[in-house]
Design a protein around this ligand. Structure first.
Ligand code: CMP
Length: 139
């Protein structure tokens, strides 16, 4: 089934000039980039995006981190894109990520883990709509 998922290249990765390398891994995995932009989130925008984690102890630190520099948001399209991108990213905690994954290669720790990807079809739709309007997605 052809799906879409939202990807964020996080501030720890953009700061180290890893955007190109990460996008290359995404394309080499067979995912098509159908929308792409670099933005700097406000604290409010980061809090809105991570609402599901608002009661977690790391929420304030996470939203500070996500506003500490630019992020590159994109919409990825392909067969089973949600699961495919989650496999490519690797485990949230890079210490547990498999060889060949983005987080194994680049992530610094469980918070500064270089990339985000939607975890379900329902969340993918919400997250894509959070950052992009219809005209910005070129399927
Ligand atoms: P992400 O996939 O963007 O979803 C939520 C983010 O919160 C996660 O990646 C990490 O950046 C961060 N995160 C998850 N668990 C922890 C944790 N235990 N401590 C700090 N940050 C975390």
């Amino acid at each position: 089934m052809v799906e879409r998922t939202l990807s964020i290249i996080k501030p720890d990765a953009t700061a180290r000039n890893l955007t190109g390398e990460i996008l290359k891994m995404i394309e080499e995995a067979g995912l098509k980039i159908v929308a792409l932009k670099k933005i700097k989130l406000t604290k409010e925008q980061a809090e809105g995006f991570y609402q599901v984690h608002k009661d977690k102890p790391f929420f304030d630190s996470l939203t500070d981190f996500m506003t500490s520099g630019p992020v590159v948001v994109s919409v990825l399209e392909g067969e089973n894109a949600i699961e495919k991108y989650r496999k490519l990213m690797g485990a949230t905690n890079p210490a547990k990520a498999e060889e060949g994954t983005i987080r194994k290669k680049f992530a610094l720790d469980i918070e500064k883990n270089s990339v985000h990807g939607s975890d379900s079809k329902e969340n993918a739709e919400i997250e894509i709509n959070y950052f992009f309007n219809k005209l910005e997605i070129v399927g």
